[in-house]
Write a protein that binds this ligand. Structure first.
Ligand SMILES: Nc1ncnc2c1ncn2[C@@H]1O[C@H](COP(=O)(O)OP(=O)(O)O)[C@@H](O)[C@H]1O
Ligand SMILES: [Mg+2]
Length: 318
């Protein structure tokens, strides 16, 4: 980190990117403070890689402007921006015949990394690959290769790290391993921009997410997005069906609506679960019901995402 501290790691102002007639990114404005893990979530073709490549100075924007690691994104600053950031692309190029350590040494040379021996060792340690340093990359599993790729982007000690679908194609165990490494990096204060179409991953790792589908559809903390899109609700389960549910639920504070989802299972739409749940509990006990559970319903980020992407498809069809 260069210690200037001030300002955001990223600031995008009406950024757009077209390839000929095809609009890949449309009018994107957002800011990412330093130290944040920021997720860019979107289906295939949403523009995630285009956004990473544009901010990484590999593509030039068609309109709008941006600041990356404190510098205006333009041709003059491209070299210095690249010095401050690192990109882990979708398919990281590694020399499969060379060992893990040799791969990293090659890239350290290429990047003219100072103290390259120490840096390679530190990067290997950061991704827990010291014991595999002498193994040929070609002999490693996909998950371990992905770790080598992560070590590679750590060689330059970037301020801002772009990870483009780092767990795509990995089995759940290997994906979890990469996610834990991302968590370690967060502890060190690196700003991380992570693209993914895995919602569990975004939910687990990211402080905030932008749902991208050419334009930014929503932006916020995962739980904020859930709250914005879905009504809050309680699920009530009783041992036996209530004889008169309407008289139990009607008129309770904060309960707006109720329905019987299944025998002895009721969904209550509420304005504030903290007000509704105690009142519902008292009313059920007063009615002589045996309560099995009262739970606040949890909408996952996946629900939010499918809702938005589904709306896009519906709009596209009209
Ligand atoms: N170099 C390119 N030339 C033309 N079209 C491109 C190019 N790169 C990406 N696109 C198009 O831009 C859109 C976004 O692609 P991409 O950024 O790769 O999406 P994602 O990474 O979210 O899957 C797609 O419609 C893709 O076909
Ligand atoms: Mg992509």
């Amino acid at each position: 980190m260069d210690g200037d501290g001030a300002g955001d790691a990223l600031a995008l102002d009406h950024l757009s990117k077209r390839f000929g007639d095809r609009v890949a990114l449309e009018d994107i404005s957002l800011g990412v403070p330093r130290g944040e893990v920021f997720g860019i979530l979107g289906p295939n073709g949403a523009g995630k890689t285009t956004l990473v490549r544009t901010l990484g100075t590999l593509l030039s924007p068609s309109a709008g402007s941006a600041q990356v690691a404190g510098l205006p994104l333009n041709r003059e600053n491209a070299v210095e921006i690249r010095r401050r950031i690192a990109i882990m692309p979708e398919s990281p190029g590694l020399y499969l015949r060379l060992s893990v350590a040799e791969n990293l040494e090659c890239f350290a040379d290429l990047y003219q990394t100072p103290h390259s021996k120490e840096r390679v060792a530190a990067a290997l340690e950061a991704v827990h690959l010291l014991e595999r340093a002498d193994d040929a990359c070609g002999s490693l599993s996909k998950g371990l290769r992905q770790r080598v790729a992560l070590a590679r982007v750590l060689l330059s000690d970037p301020e801002v790290l772009f990870l483009d679908e780092p767990t795509a194609g990995l089995d759940p165990g290997a994906a979890r391993g990469v996610q834990e490494l991302v968590d370690d990096l967060r502890q060190r204060g690196v700003t991380i921009i992570l693209t993914t179409h895995r919602l569990d991953e975004a939910e687990r790792l990211c402080d905030r997410v932008a749902i991208l589908n050419t334009s930014v559809r929503k932006i916020g903390r995962p739980e904020q997005l859930r709250d914005q899109l879905f009504a809050k609700s309680l699920t009530v389960r009783t041992l036996d069906p209530l004889t008169a549910p309407a008289s139990v639920y009607a008129g309770l504070p904060s309960v707006e609506h109720w329905c019987e989802e299944a025998p002895a299972t009721y969904i209550l739409t509420v304005t504030d679960p903290a007000v509704a749940a105690p009142a519902v509990t008292r009313a059920l006990v007063a009615a002589g019901a045996d309560v099995l559970s009262i739970n606040e319903s949890h909408h996952s980020l996946e629900d939010v995402y499918l809702e938005l992407v589904h709306r896009d498809q519906e709009v596209g069809q009209t």
